[in-house]
Design a protein around this ligand. Structure first.
Ligand SMILES: [Zn+2]
Length: 211
């Protein structure tokens, strides 16, 4: 099964009239944040496949209406933040946002807040283990784990809680964005224990194989 993953930049290859010819065999789309809603809506409409996403620190999707302030979510897509779902035989979960580094902007969390969000997912993952024999297949995040593909500035520091999650719940993939890739020397894939950590900055195609 082919999975298209996207984050951070609108890719001309994807945002293109030929998207069906290029990616029509994709069964699922995963979006890791910092992308405009029109882009996600374009993808989900033309490919007509489930699209799961988390927001990044640049997604300031707050609108003020007569009903009050609320996020503008991309139409036809599913926000996976803090949730675990089972779709097309895959166990998915998501955690949005970056390390808190400034006032305002999109979702940002302190290390402690991200620990809380990560721990809150655990009961669902334990239930997966009982129902499906494994905890999790793919975790999508905006920010990388601490020490993997991250950087020393606060904005781009990874979360320690993701290391703990990979150690205990052993997803096959952790897919993230947030860290821009410059040139061909940037490391885009790193194996950590049983998990392949993938920086999907731009777009990537994953081939999911049933074991
Ligand atoms: Zn970001």
């Amino acid at each position: 099964m082919k999975i298209l993953t996207v984050s951070d930049v609108v890719e001309p290859m994807v945002y293109h009239a030929d998207i069906r010819e290029r990616y029509g065999d994709v069964e699922m789309v995963l979006a890791c944040g910092d992308l405009p809603n029109y882009y996600l809506e374009f993808i989900v409409t033309l490919l007509n496949k489930p699209l799961y996403y988390v927001f990044g620190n640049h997604d300031k999707n707050i609108v003020h209406s007569e009903q009050g302030a609320g996020p503008v979510e991309p139409g036809g897509c599913v926000n996976l933040d803090g949730r675990a779902v089972h779709d097309k035989g895959l166990l998915l979960a998501g955690l949005e946002g970056s390390m808190r580094y400034k006032q305002g902007g999109g979702p940002q969390y302190t290390d402690r807040e991200m620990w809380r969000k990560t721990l809150a997912l655990a009961p669902r993952l334990l239930l997966n283990r009982l129902q499906h024999g494994r905890y999790l297949d793919i975790l999508i995040t905006h920010t990388p784990p601490y020490g993997i593909h991250d950087a020393s500035d606060l904005c781009h520091t990874g979360f320690e809680a993701f290391l703990w999650l990979m150690k205990h719940f052993r997803p096959r993939y952790l897919i993230h964005g947030h860290v821009h890739l410059y040139g061909h020397n940037s490391v885009q894939r790193t194996l950590y224990r049983s998990t392949l950590v993938v920086n999907t900055y731009g777009h990537q195609l994953l081939e999911w194989k049933k074991i």
